[in-house]
Design a binder for this molecule. Structure first.
Ligand SMILES: [Mg+2]
Length: 127
């Protein structure tokens, strides 16, 4: 299994958890803690999937997604949200986000999602 996932979250614990679990599943992981780091990583690493926190100080998730879309209209981006952020989730969908996870998320649900998306990206099987 190959594929590159960019994790964008201002919380160290979330970055560390996703890095540990997803790298164990065989993915290459890049991390960003802010919007400017995230946008630099998108250009440099061209990930297959971005897991993007909605609430980030400074540039928030929707602003980051808006900026990603300027150069990457079809890059796969899924949002990590808090419960009840339905308006924000809707806006992210309008910016072509492919999914969202409410925190605290079920890590196995995230793993299955990543496997499905990266599988689609690499071999078209959808597994
Ligand atoms: Mg946050």
């Amino acid at each position: 299994m190959t594929g590159k996932v960019l994790v964008v979250d201002d919380q160290y614990g979330i970055r560390a958890l996703l890095q540990e679990v997803l790298s164990r599943d065989g993915y290459q992981i890049c991390l960003a803690a802010s919007g400017s780091e995230a946008l630099a990583m998108v250009v440099r690493e061209h990930p297959d999937l971005v897991l993007l926190d909605m609430k980030i100080p400074g540039m928030d998730g929707l602003e980051i997604l808006t900026n990603i879309r300027k150069t990457e209209p079809s890059m796969k981006v899924a949002m990590m949200t808090a419960y009840g952020e339905l308006d924000l989730i809707k806006e992210a969908g309008e910016l072509n986000a492919i999914g969202h996870f409410a925190k605290p998320f079920d890590i196995d649900e995230v793993r299955r999602f990543v496997r499905r998306v990266i599988g689609e990206a690499h071999d078209g099987t959808g597994l």
